[in-house]
Design a protein around this ligand. Structure first.
Ligand SMILES: [Zn+2]
Length: 493
């Protein structure tokens, strides 16, 4: 089966880097690209003219939201309400799954559909554990792998695991409540899942070790993770260097910094991905200057999964994209929270970098596009992803730029970032198979999913109350923007 896409703009790959091809075409045979350029004259089974679109490598999201939106709830919290969104210490002893397995399955499908609709072709999932009795299970991820195969995305999957959970004591003190046996059981599930992936033998489903946040893992579990990753040759993604609370907890529990803990437990020897990676020596909350942390990360070949939109919405920023890049760190991108829109994420990142570094060329659009494509591929050790060149996998996406609201074009990449969003994605292909077609996912009832997700969100929102250390209602924890309109208001005083 041989297919051609033609478009006004193609982000091709040439001489080791991306190159803009005007009025170009991409041809693939089965799962592999065979031609990127102009003037294909061979036979075709399918020929699609995408008109005034930008065709580019499919987006790689390595901290991909695999959940319902929670940022809409928890990114506004005042200092007195914020601890209420965590587990109380008492809840840790009676925690429960807010959702049934069937409901979790719907949530996963909903999230994967969102990724596909936003032009993402390769992902590594992240979901909140706040709503689970502990972390993710083998069955949950095995089910997710099936949904992922049905939709046709390329996934790097594994159940999350941890030996502790962030809790709040009645006096407001933050802590981690440990249950080490649950951590060991989680790692066993993760290894079993690697076996499961091998048995599936599906080129779109890959195994990865995806432990939870660093402060919730014992050094023993971190060490066992590193050993397993090396033995099975799979990537590890560990949330760390994320915030100052994490840093305080790790210092208190292990008398070292999070980066030292990563180093001591052998994780720097693995293919390590670090989402966020904000709180290093350069960060203003630490020393505010480079004292060698970036060199340690770069020297170990660590990939930082930068999530500009999430960081900004929780009030933080990378210090800085340019500095990390110059230090030789592989930067890739993640969405991490809703909406999984890497176009908006890239735009946010480009402009935050201007503020942080104080210059307009601090992190140009092309640097972000490289992170979203080549950087992600590099983090996964894949030189056949993230680029449109003969021999690479046929993973690609088209963004239309033909609406008057998209504005004028000088450079299609800048127009897409500045004026567009991932909602402009109309077509995508993964491993040569169509996923997104004319802006839709064939065979998926998105309207039904939208309705079900809303009722599951309402259930999730209501469940915060039972975990709050002060037992506040959801309305108290999540006050609305404006008061409700009253049918019979009191007269003004
Ligand atoms: Zn994250």
């Amino acid at each position: 089966m041989r297919t051609r896409w033609r478009a006004a703009h193609v982000l091709a790959h040439q001489g080791g880097r991306h190159a803009l091809l005007r009025g170009g075409e991409v041809v693939w045979e089965d799962d592999t690209l065979v031609h990127v350029g102009r003037g294909w004259s061979g036979p075709l089974d399918e020929d699609i003219d995408l008109g005034d679109s930008l065709v580019m490598p499919g987006l790689v999201d390595l901290d991909a939201l695999a959940d319902i939106d929670h940022l809409v709830l928890d990114s506004w919290a005042s200092p007195d309400r914020a601890p209420g969104l965590q587990w109380s210490r008492a809840y840790a002893d009676r925690s429960r799954d807010v959702f049934s397995p069937a409901e979790r399955s719907t949530i996963r499908t909903y999230a994967l559909v969102q990724l596909a609709l936003h032009g993402i072709t390769t992902y590594m999932p992240i979901a909140s554990e706040v709503h689970s009795s502990w972390a993710e299970t083998f069955d949950e991820l095995a089910d997710m792998a099936e949904s992922s195969r049905r939709i046709g995305l390329r996934g790097y999957l594994g159940p999350s695991y941890r030996s502790g959970v962030n809790v709040v004591h009645p006096d407001g003190r933050r802590d981690v409540a440990f249950d080490e046996e649950r951590g060991r059981a989680g790692l066993r599930d993760a290894e079993r899942f690697l076996d499961h992936v091998e048995q599936l033998g599906d080129p779109l489903v890959h195994g990865a070790l995806l432990p939870c946040r660093i402060e919730t893992l014992t050094p023993e579990l971190l060490r066992a993770t590193a050993e397993l990753a090396l033995r099975r040759d799979v990537p590890v993604r560990l949330h760390c260097l994320q915030g100052s609370l994490e840093r305080d907890l790790v210092r208190r529990l292990h008398d070292c910094t999070p980066l030292q803990l990563v180093e001591r437990t052998g994780l720097l020897e693995t293919r390590l991905l670090v989402p966020h990676g904000l709180v290093v020596d350069r960060h203003p909350s630490v020393q505010g200057e480079d004292r060698g942390d970036l060199a340690v990360l770069a020297g170990a070949g660590v990939s930082v999964v930068h999530c500009p939109q999430t960081s900004l919405r929780y009030g933080d920023v990378l210090h800085s994209f340019g500095a990390y890049r110059r230090a030789g760190i592989n930067l890739c991108l993640g969405t991490d929270s809703f909406p999984p829109d890497l176009i908006r994420g890239m735009d946010t990142g480009v402009h935050l970098a201007k503020v942080v570094d104080g210059r307009a060329d601090a992190a140009p659009a092309e640097a972000y596009v490289e992170a979203a494509t080549l950087g992600g591929a590099r983090a996964l050790g894949r030189d056949d992803l993230g680029r449109l060149a003969p021999g690479a996998r046929a993973d690609l996406v088209a963004f239309r730029l033909d609406d008057i609201r998209d504005g004028v074009q000088d450079d299609p990449v800048r127009t897409l970032l500045l004026n567009g969003s991932a909602r402009l994605a109309t077509h995508s292909v993964v491993d040569g198979r169509p996923v997104l077609v004319d802006g839709r996912l064939p065979g998926i009832d998105t309207e039904n999913l939208r309705r079900r997700a809303q009722s599951l969100f309402d259930k999730m929102r209501a469940a915060y109350s039972e975990r709050d250390v002060r037992g506040r209602t959801a309305t108290e924890l999540f006050p609305p923007t404006f008061p409700d309109f009253l049918a019979d208001p009191l007269p003004p005083t």
